[in-house]
Ligand binder design. Structure first.
Ligand SMILES: NC(=O)c1ccc[n+]([C@@H]2O[C@H](COP(=O)([O-])OP(=O)(O)OC[C@H]3O[C@@H](n4cnc5c(N)ncnc54)[C@H](OP(=O)(O)O)[C@@H]3O)[C@@H](O)[C@H]2O)c1
Length: 224
């Protein structure tokens, strides 16, 4: 497969690039920092010109994995009394508008049976009392995936809702906080970036050829 991976410099994106390359796929990484992808383009997902240029250079695309995400952990510790509209706009801009930009830019390059995977999260499906802008944006991404599935068929569009995955995101959480995250899952542990990336890979691959408009929960049972 010829795969484009946004967030390729991040924890889950980098794991997906490693997995895909090990299986003989050709990977194109998109992020502001470099990645290990076969070809990398330093694009901000808000820079449609950069994304369109990358799409024109890359040629046919069989799979598009949108694994970028707003990266400010400070939003998680802000109580609702301190949140304001800009906090929502910041996250929605990167997660939602950024995802839409990438789909729009790569649309002409997608093969007829291509697969697009967006990233949601369990707080986006079941809510959370902290990180509310993040949860709202991730919920909206699940809705975006369903709408794009209808609009772009026969191109398949799905989302993966991750629970706690051990990436950069979990390095700033205290041991006590991590224990809480582990305890909320049925499997009593965090997921690895590779476990998260495998689910994305399955949705990108022909193995999931009759799956579209679906939100696949990969959370160790956290949301049950
Ligand atoms: N880890 C978890 O527990 C978890 C749980 C649920 C959902 N998720 C979601 O899964 C996705 C991947 O998570 P992760 O843990 O791998 O996160 P991560 O390590 O923080 O990676 C985030 C990626 O997003 C990219 N990015 C951020 N802003 C960007 C922008 N404006 N333009 C282009 N790229 C941008 C970053 O690249 P540059 O900084 O190089 O641009 C980085 O590659 C995110 O959407 C995250 O919200 C993660």
């Amino acid at each position: 497969m010829r795969l484009v991976v946004t967030g390729a410099s991040g924890g889950i994106g980098a794991a997906l690039v490693r997995i895909a390359k090990s299986r003989g796929d050709f990977t194109v990484g998109i992020s502001r920092r470099p990645s290990e992808a076969d070809v990398h383009r330093n694009c901000d997902v808000l820079d449609l010109h950069c994304l369109r240029k990358a799409a024109a250079e890359v040629g046919r695309v069989d799979g598009l994995a949108l694994l970028h995400g707003h990266g400010d952990p400070g939003l998680w510790v802000k109580p609702i009394s301190e949140l304001d509209g800009d906090d929502f706009l910041d996250v929605f801009r990167v997660d939602m508008v950024g995802s839409f930009n990438v789909v729009k830019a790569f649309l002409p390059a997608l093969s007829r049976d291509a697969s697009v995977v967006l990233v949601s999260s369990t707080p986006g499906l079941v809510g959370d009392s902290y990180g509310i802008p993040y949860a709202a944006a991730k919920g909206a991404l699940a809705a975006l995936a369903r709408s794009l599935a209808k609009a772009l068929a026969p191109v398949r569009v799905n989302a993966v809702a991750f629970g706690p995955i051990a990436t950069r995101w979990t390095t700033w959480i205290s041991e006590e906080g991590l224990e809480g995250f582990r305890g909320r899952t049925l499997l009593k542990r965090l997921g690895s970036p590779e476990e998260a990336a495998e689910a994305v890979y399955w949705l990108l691959s022909p193995a999931s050829s009759y799956v579209t408009g679906h939100v696949l929960i990969v959370d160790g049972g956290e949301s049950l």
